[in-house]
Design a protein. Structure first.
Length: 190
């Protein structure tokens, strides 16, 4: 039996980890809009945009963050920015089961107009592939509702923030503004 030197194995693991960490196809997924029927390709719809991806919940202490998320979306949408909301009941079942109820709650209570998608799992074995990829690339799985991932125009992860960091926090706003300065990749967006 041939032994692989430890240094070679470590080198292979480093190459594999680096290749995944630089993954640019994070958006290579499709999801239904909230209470909708037809899946939307994240790559085709949002490729080239700066994105703040957030797992949301309607019955959480952090739910008032919807106001600041909508504010960011409204302020920067014209520059190629979007907030993408993914409702989830993974943390103490703090999300409605019915997607129409989620949609009504978000629109009527917080005036949410940013894109919201189907209710998903964001942690564990049942996590949706998009969240599995975000967790693998960032090394940071959501620990609660309203975890935020910022993706650049190239589809790569820029940063990740926990629930306690509000969407209008200076570090998030500065990171969004910096990311918006990057040119759109060729053939992406308008």
């Amino acid at each position: 039996m041939r032994r692989i030197p430890l240094i070679s194995l470590a080198g292979l693991l480093l190459v594999a980890a680096t290749a995944f960490a630089s993954k640019t196809d994070l958006l290579d997924h499709s999801y239904r809009p909230l209470a909708g029927k037809t899946p939307v390709s994240l790559e085709k719809t949002y490729g080239g945009d700066v994105l703040l991806v957030v797992n949301t919940a309607s019955k959480c202490g952090f739910t008032p963050q919807f106001d600041a998320l909508e504010g960011l979306h409204k302020k920067y949408a014209g520059q190629g920015f979007a907030v993408l909301g993914f409702p989830s009941g993974d943390f103490k079942a703090q999300e409605f089961d019915d997607e129409k109820q989620i949609q009504e709650f978000c629109k009527l209570t917080y005036g949410v107009k940013f894109p919201m998608f189907e209710k998903v799992h964001v942690v564990g074995d049942d996590a949706t592939p998009f969240y599995k990829d975000l967790t693998a690339v960032s090394g940071d799985a959501p620990k609660w509702n309203f975890h935020k991932y910022l993706l650049g125009r190239d589809g790569r992860l820029i940063a990740s923030w926990g629930s306690k960091t509000t969407p209008d926090d200076k570090q998030i706003v500065e990171a969004i503004e910096q990311a918006l300065k990057a040119p759109r990749p060729a053939g992406k967006g308008g």
